[in-house]
Design a protein around this ligand. Structure first.
Ligand code: URA
Length: 265
């Protein structure tokens, strides 16, 4: 079969191919020169240009300095400002916006998701895309909302990572560990009654366990923060539920556990 080259493509087909790539998350430029990855290797073909590392290893001890910076912040506003000038996380270089938090800072419940996606990166707010819409519906089903003014009906939402990983790839362990002091300080400063983690990465970071999410979810455990124990409930990530709708019944059980714990307080 002959290789397709750009002259074979109608403008309509090219637009459809681009839309598909954007939907798959391939919407970042990672090199200066386009590489035809479908071309047959041939002696005449020049070697592909070296791909610049998208995520250069951060210098010094960024997790250490993150811990110092985070612990010096005395309010969520200070923490957001500190993150805005924190340059050690390489994800910042490819992200459009810092994506720190949304919701009511007085909320009794704090949610910790994974990482901003495309819409979140553009808006600078967590969970504004399709998984955010599902999350809002899940919360509404148990009487909670990020827009609620009453703390007992409200939630505050943040992520394990504050900048979008290029192409929506999973954040690396190094990236999540670097941001962890900020996440923990956000929990300490927001001081929720209950924390809910969304998805595997958030659950693993907050519990310190390497277990998968299907093992971690649906069980309360203690998160020791700033000298107090905050109950933490890991549950499934809404993006996973969009891919695996049959698992919504497990997430619903977790939402009922959350409702019950709030009612018992
Ligand atoms: N998924 C997340 O984990 N966080 C967001 O902010 C959006 C999607």
């Amino acid at each position: 079969m002959r290789q397709a080259d750009k002259s074979d493509m109608t403008p309509g087909a090219a637009a459809a191919a681009l839309a598909w790539l954007a939907e798959m998350g391939a919407d970042e430029i990672v090199g200066e020169v386009a590489v035809n990855r479908f071309a047959e290797p041939s002696a005449a073909m020049p070697a592909p240009p070296p791909v610049a590392p998208v995520l250069p290893v951060a210098v010094r001890n960024p997790a250490g300095s993150a811990a110092e910076i985070a612990s010096s912040c005395q309010s969520l506003a200070e923490l957001a400002a500190a993150l805005a000038s924190f340059d050690a996380c390489p994800l910042k270089k490819t992200a459009t916006n810092l994506c720190f938090a949304d919701g009511n800072p007085q909320a009794h419940v704090m949610l910790v998701g994974e990482a901003p996606g495309r819409e979140e990166d553009l808006e600078g707010k967590p969970f504004v895309g399709r998984s955010g819409q599902l999350l809002d519906r899940m919360l509404a089903a148990i009487g909670l909302s990020r827009r609620a003014e009453e703390p007992e009906r409200a939630v505050f939402i943040t992520n394990t990572i504050f900048w979008r990983p290029p192409g929506n790839r999973d954040p690396t362990e190094a990236e999540t560990l670097m941001c962890l002091p900020f996440v923990l300080r956000a929990i300490e400063l927001q001081s929720p009654r209950l924390v809910v983690s969304l998805g595997k990465i958030s659950a693993q970071r907050l519990t310190g366990s390497a277990d998968g999410i299907l093992r971690l979810r649906g069980r309360w455990r203690d998160l020791s923060i700033g000298g107090r124990n905050v109950p933490l409930l890991p549950t499934l990530h809404p993006a996973y539920l969009l891919r695996q709708p049959a698992q919504k019944r497990l997430a619903w059980r977790d939402m009922l556990m959350l409702r019950q714990a709030l009612d018992a307080h």
